[in-house]
Design a protein around this ligand. Structure first.
Ligand code: RIB
Length: 297
């Protein structure tokens, strides 16, 4: 069984469905409100578990009711929680999400996620040493992201760095990652480049292997040599929240396949994830992913 460790955020998603996005100073009547579990780290952990991996989550929740619910949600997915920390006198992370026309807008309050430290990563070194892949994103403190990358390097375990939400990082950190997995906007910010520059040129300049997500158009990947493409899969989009998380999780789970196959499966898993509301409801099981891919061929 593939072993995956996720170092990252855990949020309660406060989701409002609206006919469109409100402008500054504008009040709109929404259509529905839901409280759903999310957070890029926790979503990636859930997606990897559904795809059959043995998953350990390294993260933090607060000592509030959300914290208990978030822990139970991860437990129900069979995720190992020995490294899930409950931070006293602290709230759990939240994401206020508006969904309109299949697109989303998100505002995050990190709360307990901001208290995930390099020491927590160090405490998880045994789990990381046994892992086939580690996933880390940018909703955790940057020193914790750096500690994860350095530990992966030290232990010879591949780390997939999902640089979302977008922010600039020292380029030296990228060299520690087995893959960096931005979209075009995130890659431009990482490299301090013009976002309108051709993404293939940005990929050639990235100092580590890169898998670039292109939404409905699929993904491009480069592990040395020239960038290669994988087309997208056509599905009915309900909510794109969590698509990137599902993509990253699948990439980690199938990393032992050849890269082209892993990226194809990641695109398919990401496509399936957008067919349901919320970050996690559409995340496929391994059987659902296999059946979907079978129907494509
Ligand atoms: O990637 C989707 C996630 O981003 C949401 O679940 C939300 O919590 C934010 O972290």
């Amino acid at each position: 069984m593939t072993r995956v460790v996720v170092v990252g955020s855990i949020n309660m998603d406060l989701v409002t469905l609206a006919p469109r996005f409100a402008g500054p100073g504008e009040t709109l009547l929404g259509e529905r409100f839901l409280t759903l579990q999310g957070g890029k780290g926790a979503n990636q952990a859930v997606a990897a578990a559904r795809l059959g991996a043995e998953v350990t989550m390294v993260g933090a929740v607060g000592d509030d009711a959300f914290g208990d619910q978030l822990r139970e949600g991860l437990q129900r997915e069979g995720i190992a929680l020995d490294h899930l920390h409950r931070i006293d006198d602290c709230g759990s992370g939240t994401a206020s999400i508006t969904v309109a026309g299949g697109e989303n807008q998100i505002v995050i309050v990190p709360a307990a996620n901001a208290r995930l430290t390099p020491a927590h990563v160090e405490q998880a070194s045994d789990a990381i040493a046994r892992a086939d892949a580690v996933l880390v994103q940018l909703e955790s403190p940057l020193e914790t992201v750096e500690a994860t990358l350095r530990m992966g390097q030290r232990l010879g375990v591949p780390v997939i760095l999902n640089p979302a939400p977008a922010q600039p990082l020292p380029l030296d950190w990228l060299k520690l990652a087995r893959f960096v997995t931005p979209n075009q906007h995130e890659l431009a910010i990482l490299l301090g480049a013009d976002p309108n520059e051709d993404f293939r040129e940005l990929m050639r300049r990235t100092p580590c292997p890169v898998v670039l997500t292109r939404g409905a158009d699929g993904a491009w990947y480069r592990d040395g040599g020239e960038p290669q493409s994988q087309g997208g899969f056509s599905v009915d989009v309900v909510d794109s929240t969590g698509a990137g998380d599902t993509f990253n999780a699948a990439l980690a789970v199938f990393l032992k396949d050849d890269l082209g196959t892993a990226v194809r499966k990641a695109c398919a898993a990401g496509a399936l994830s957008v067919t349901q509301l919320g970050a996690r409801d559409g995340m496929p099981t391994l059987a659902a992913l296999d059946a979907f891919l079978e129907r494509q061929s």
